[in-house]
Write a protein that binds this ligand. Structure first.
Ligand code: GLU
Length: 455
């Protein structure tokens, strides 16, 4: 059987991490079955449409490496991957349901009045009406590949609207008509759509169409098991990317929200995920979105990243923090310093703030600043740096080592007071690197600041 799957977001805002998980599972399933992944924009609810949302969604997905085989190209009125351009398909479908008595026209919400009536085209002309689907009063069985057989009592449902007074279909009708038209073999979507599935199945039956397989993915939860929501923190994929979470790490983390490879190996590349992912092993229970785990995972990816790959995003993040770096090689050095210590690029930026503004001194080491020997070292360093034309980390190293010889000190005794003066703390980046990046003027100013501390 040809595998055709789709991701069918509504353009109502940003891409939610739950949406990314749905898109990713569809992607993995398509790839491993040599199938086709389709992007379909479900924009029939005109009142919830948000400008720019479609482009934003596609960009976030593409940044994460999710590329569609078919989907919107020009986003103009001829683009048949936007439901708002497919109204004629839905009108034909509504006509067929009306003609077969599976749906009925209503002029208001007094359903009983209209259930068994039929109106001619002339009677409907220039009138405001909506169309509802007839729901029979029996039980309906269907199979979900994850939840198994489900028995649903249809008498619990009201007859749902399938065509609204504004001329647009509702989600149910458009979704089923398109899944059929696009030959979708597997409907893989979030569990929140499970209650809609009986209506969809009924539509398939009324149209006499073959059913696709249904696969409903477990909800994403906060650690306290409440539904993952914006209130608890970030849920927009673009926010994660903008903070410097790496797309590979985010994808790896998201892939494990509801599925696991049943091995201890949690760090999985996209290739490994394509090989190992198994839709049949997706769990029923809600999956907890554990930010600590994402941070850990991102730090692992960050540790091994080729720095050049993160320079562009790092530039933006440093700029957003108003940290100005003129020399790209300085940024590379800062990233090199931070990547083994931080979970995200934003964290690296935070950690490196003393490069950009005078830091507070670590209160545990203030004694070092009031020490005669420290003062002598600071003064000598100022003299040496003053005469340097351009600052090289290697030369700074030499200066410090000869200061060590002069005072007969080494290691912590030598480095702690210097780093405290120029970095605000005794631990931090290599002193040569700090002075090189700070530049002559700022380095001298920091040493003078330390000299005058407490005076
Ligand atoms: N438009 C729905 C959404 O926003 C699609 C649900 C489905 O995949 O059927 O998630």
């Amino acid at each position: 059987m040809a595998v055709n799957v789709r991701f069918a977001p509504s353009p109502t805002g940003y891409l939610h991490v739950g949406g990314l998980r749905t898109a990713l599972y569809n992607y993995l399933f398509a790839k491993q079955n040599k199938g086709t992944l389709i992007l379909r924009i479900e924009d029939t609810d005109q009142s919830r449409k948000v400008d720019g949302a479609i482009i934003n969604l596609v960009e976030s997905l593409n940044k994460c490496g999710i590329i569609f085989d078919k989907g919107p190209k020009k986003y103009d009125k001829n683009d048949l991957f936007l439901q708002s351009n497919r109204l004629n398909f839905y009108y034909d479908a509504v006509d067929s349901l009306l003609n077969n008595g599976y749906a009925y026209v209503c002029f208001d919400d007094d359903l009983e009045k209209y259930k068994d009536r039929r109106f001619s085209k002339e009677e409907l002309a220039d009138k405001e009406y909506h169309v509802r689907l007839k729901i029979p009063n029996h039980n309906l069985n269907f199979n979900d590949q994850i939840r198994g057989d489900i028995n649903f009592d249809l008498s619990l449902l009201d007859d749902p609207v399938i065509l609204k007074t504004d001329g647009f279909p509702t989600y149910h009708l458009a979704n089923v008509v398109d899944d059929h038209d696009m030959k979708i073999s597997h409907v893989i979507r979030g569990e929140e759509w499970l209650p809609s599935t009986p209506i969809h199945i009924l539509l398939y039956k009324y149209f006499n169409w073959d059913l696709p397989y249904f696969i409903h993915l477990p909800l994403l939860l906060n650690p306290d098991k409440s539904k993952l929501s914006k209130r608890q923190g970030h849920v927009a994929v673009e926010d994660f990317l903008n903070q410097g979470y790496l797309p590979e790490a985010l994808i790896n983390f998201i892939a494990l929200l509801g599925w696991n490879p049943k091995t201890n190996d949690e760090l999985l590349s996209i290739e490994a995920l394509i090989n190992q992912f198994n839709i049949k092993n997706v769990q029923k229970a809600g999956a907890v979105f554990d930010l600590d785990k994402l941070n850990w995972m991102n730090s692992q990816y960050l540790k091994n990243i080729d720095i050049q790959n993160i320079v562009p995003i790092a530039k933006t993040i440093f700029q957003d923090n108003h940290f100005i770096i003129n020399d790209e090689s300085d940024l590379v050095s800062i990233l090199e310093f931070g990547k083994g210590r931080c979970s995200t690029i934003n964290e690296i930026a935070q950690l490196s703030y003393p490069f950009f503004s005078d830091p507070e001194y670590n209160a545990d080491y203030l004694d070092l600043l009031n020490d005669d020997q420290s003062h002598m070292i600071y003064s000598l360093m100022i003299k040496e740096i003053m005469v340097m034309k351009c600052i090289k980390a290697s030369e700074i190293k030499q200066i410090i080592s000869s200061l060590g010889d002069t005072f007969n000190i080494k290691g912590k005794e030598l480095f702690f007071p210097i780093r405290l003066a120029i970095w605000g703390d005794v631990h931090g980046p290599d002193i040569g690197l700090i002075i090189k990046i700070l530049g002559k003027e700022k380095s001298i100013q920091r040493l003078k600041r330390a000299l005058s501390y407490g005076k």
